[in-house]
Ligand binder design. Structure first.
Ligand SMILES: [Zn+2]
Length: 490
């Protein structure tokens, strides 16, 4: 009853004044849960105005608690308000470097802004709303990266980075896992507040419907054991999308691409903080090529103009395995330089192109440490970057990711077998689409441990891996763009 609330409010105001406190009426809100006639509502407003001047009268659409709508009627206005805010900010994204814009969109501007409301409200009941949010997100990504996404490539883009996506999650995919995990996380607290002894006796509005919707969406799947974990609920959907994409891959190349970009090492560059000052910023053209290769998007118009005289297809992959590739030497030098500098940082000076290692045929690896690496023997290494989808590798890559890198590692080990008595030899083989060979993983892991030890920064190893990954992407971009005729300057 309004009169009871008004009476209680008067009591609060009186008691507060006795201890020197004053209610801030500008922050007072009044909500009437019953449906009232216009005259009855006017009476209530008048009564409250006498006690709390400047109060706000809330409706079912506008009533929120800590920013989350209480009633489902309030969900559409709340989402539209968030979308309006996003549109205001997103205009600025298109005016800055696309790598930085993508990073901000992923980590600050979109899903993180919606996650709270997804956890608190049953947004999953509003497919048209989630579809509207996702379309806004998709259009922004397309505009930032200058790409076009079809339903299949959009599905891949919304996967987490470790599943081959861009890590920009769709709200349609997140809504149900976010709500379910949030409700299960709060059940014990609700039971405490309501003084219910057994938390299973607590009935949370919408929970049964949400679990039933989840069951219908993933028939045959049991709910996760850890029901309070959003990732646990989410992983069922993620794996389902990933499997569908793999099954729908129309040829070995597409399957090999998806398997390769789903390897953990393939996504390091997407985790890098883009900054020109630390050399981790990709220019817009390189970023576009990197994203197009990852998602299997068209990069250019087909043309017969590669410097080798061969034709270049719309996916632009010819440049990655062309013998006249423009990025090959650049990428090779960049990777070797990064390894040499990382070794130097951990007080293991090293030299590139060492001479005199083989008296017989003059073979020399790319680099060699000048002090012992392990068991009193120096580290000798040789870097190679092979194309995951080259005609000679594509079948193997479509069966198992990293096959091309492992084959290249084996070849290098045979070539430099003469070093094994005096050196620790590491064949550092990586692939254009990201996977690393086992030797590469091991050496990078050991250098990373030493970097953490020397710098005291627990993420020093991650940064090293990100630099290697960025160097591969820059090399890819140079290779792909190098197949095109040079522009004539004005
Ligand atoms: Zn060529």
């Amino acid at each position: 009853m309004a009169s009871s609330v008004l009476s209680d409010l008067n009591t609060v105001i009186k008691r507060f004044s006795e201890i020197g406190l004053i209610l801030n009426f500008n922050k007072c809100e009044v909500f009437v849960s019953e449906k009232l006639s216009a005259s009855a509502q006017a009476d209530i407003i008048t009564s409250f105005e006498h006690v709390t001047p400047n109060f706000t009268l809330q409706t079912r659409e506008s009533l929120t608690l800590l920013g989350a709508p209480i009633y489902e009627d309030g969900i559409p206005p709340a989402i539209n308000s968030k979308l309006d805010n996003f549109h205001d900010c997103s205009d600025l994204l298109f005016k800055i470097n696309s790598h930085i814009a993508l990073y901000i969109l992923r980590l600050c501007l979109f899903s993180p802004k919606f996650l709270y409301i997804l956890r608190c409200c049953p947004i999953w009941k509003f497919p048209r709303l989630t579809s509207c949010i996702d379309n806004t997100l998709k259009n922004s990504i397309c505009k930032i990266l200058n790409i076009s996404l079809n339903p299949q490539t959009w599905s891949q883009a919304t996967l987490p980075i470790k599943y081959g996506g861009l890590g920009i999650r769709s709200t349609g995919d997140l809504a149900l896992p976010a709500f379910l995990s949030s409700v299960h996380s709060t059940v014990s607290l609700i039971s405490d507040i309501l003084n219910v002894i057994n938390p299973t006796d607590v009935v949370v509005v919408g929970l049964a419907e949400a679990e039933s919707t989840w069951g219908a969406r993933f028939p045959g799947e049991s709910p996760p054991t850890e029901k309070t974990s959003q990732a646990a609920w989410d992983s069922v959907n993620i794996k389902s999308i990933h499997t569908t994409l793999l099954n729908d891959s129309c040829n070995p190349s597409e399957r090999a691409r998806l398997l390769a970009v789903s390897e953990p090492e393939s996504g390091h560059w997407l985790h890098a903080l883009p900054s020109r000052n630390i050399g981790s910023l990709l220019d817009p053209a390189a970023l576009r090529v990197a994203v197009c290769l990852r998602l299997g998007l068209k990069i250019c118009e087909p043309h017969p103009c590669c410097r080798c005289g061969g034709p270049v297809e719309a996916l632009g992959r010819h440049g990655l395995y062309c013998q006249s590739s423009a990025g090959r030497n650049f990428r090779h030098a960049a990777l070797n330089d990064l390894i040499r500098r990382a070794l130097g940082t951990v007080n293991i000076p090293a030299t590139l192109e060492p001479v005199g290692l083989s008296a017989a045929d003059g073979k020399r690896p790319d680099g060699c440490s000048l002090v012992p690496w392990f068991l009193g023997r120096p580290l000798a290494w040789d870097v190679t970057c092979v194309d995951t989808l080259a005609p000679s590798h594509v079948q193997g890559s479509s069966r198992k990711p990293g096959t091309a890198a492992e084959d290249a590692q084996l070849n290098k080990c045979r070539k430099y077998a003469f070093l094994k008595n005096n050196y620790i030899f590491a064949a550092l083989a990586v692939e254009t689409f990201g996977p690393w060979s086992s030797d590469t993983k091991q050496v990078v892991k050991e250098i990373s441990h030493k970097l953490v030890w020397v710098s005291g920064d627990l993420r020093a190893g991650e940064y090293f891996a990100q630099r290697l990954s960025l160097a591969i992407q820059r090399g890819n971009a140079a290779s792909v763009l190098g197949t095109m005729p040079q522009a004539t300057l004005m």
